[in-house]
Design a protein around this ligand. Structure first.
Ligand SMILES: Nc1ncnc2c1ncn2[C@@H]1O[C@H](COP(=O)(O)OP(=O)(O)OP(=O)(O)O)[C@@H](O)[C@H]1O
Ligand SMILES: [Mg+2]
Length: 273
């Protein structure tokens, strides 16, 4: 069964987009990276330097999904661009302008349904989790596993705590939430896990060279297959898949989120996964 994985941050650019790409390049089979960050996508300009905005992607898919959700889900492939020569790692390019996010808010449920309906795993870069409207809350809600990406520092743990509370209320518990640590910090993983009350699924090391190849297309563009970041990302992917698989048997429907408590403006999208 294909799974949807949502990556979110509490802010401070911990490396969510880089982690999504590193996971994808270490994924064993076909996978789609979906750029759902409302502040805009960066992979076309970064990793795939040279592509011009305005082609296929999330916005076009959302417009199509508003007209005909089933057709849009079935036709998502036409909105993807390839991250590798074999076309096993595909990208749903994100917004090209943060002003588009306001217009997208009503479409997130349909986008979440499309991503959930894909025949392969999807890694959704959901960007920074904030209270209010316009965020890809429906995508997070539909995910099998939600990874909160943060650097192991007090500042990031501090910022993560209220977001984890929001997620916990949205998802009806912490079962689907894990931590994904990036880079070096001041605290060991077990202390971060203890402080935030969540399992650390994996830690991605500080590896500026490999990270720049992924985030900015520097030097080894499109083939960041070596280096300690990629080795760790392959293991991180295994940990995330293991987490999703462990939950798969537990099909209990999460209780409906209490909007006033979550601080998230959740549209009416019906039942989640
Ligand atoms: N593991 C890492 N080691 C070293 N540098 C990293 C690592 N991960 C990311 N970076 C670097 O940190 C910067 C931010 O990364 P990235 O764009 O992935 O963050 P983000 O959380 O997606 O940020 P934003 O909130 O702007 O979307 C980039 O320059 C990237 O190369
Ligand atoms: Mg990003």
């Amino acid at each position: 069964m294909a799974d949807l994985y949502a990556l979110v941050s509490a802010g401070g650019s911990p490396g969510v987009t880089t982690a999504a790409l590193a996971l994808a390049f270490g994924w064993p089979g076909s996978v789609i990276v979906a750029e759902c960050d409302p502040s805009g996508g960066s992979v076309l300009a970064g990793t795939l330097a040279g592509h011009l905005p305005g082609g296929p992607g999330l916005m076009e898919h959302a417009i199509e999904a508003g007209r005909n959700p089933a057709a849009a889900a079935a036709g998502l492939a036409s909105q993807l661009v390839s991250l590798d020569a074999k076309r096993t790692r595909m990208l749903l390019p994100g917004l090209t302008d943060p002003r588009q996010a306001a217009g997208l808010s009503a479409a997130w449920p349909a986008v979440a349904s499309s991503l959930s309906a894909q025949p392969c795993d999807v890694i959704a870069d959901c960007g920074r989790l904030d209270a209010g409207t316009g965020g890809p809350v429906a995508v997070i809600f539909a995910a099998s596993t939600v990874a909160v990406v943060l650097r192991p520092t007090l500042r990031q743990a501090w910022a993560a705590r209220p977001r984890i509370e929001m997620l916990t209320q949205l998802l009806g518990g912490t079962g689907r939430i894990v931590l994904l640590l990036t880079g070096t910090g001041t605290y060991p993983p077990r202390e971060i896990a203890g402080a935030l009350g969540l399992e650390v699924a994996a830690s991605l090391p500080d590896d500026p060279r490999s990270a720049a190849a992924l985030s900015d297309g520097e030097r080894r563009r499109g083939r960041a297959s070596t280096g300690k970041l990629m080795t760790a990302a392959t293991g991180a992917g295994q940990a995330l898949r293991k987490h999703a698989a462990a939950l798969a048997g537990d099909q209990a429907i999460a209780p409906a989120p209490v909007l006033a408590e979550t601080g998230l403006a959740v549209p009416d999208w019906g039942a989640g996964r």
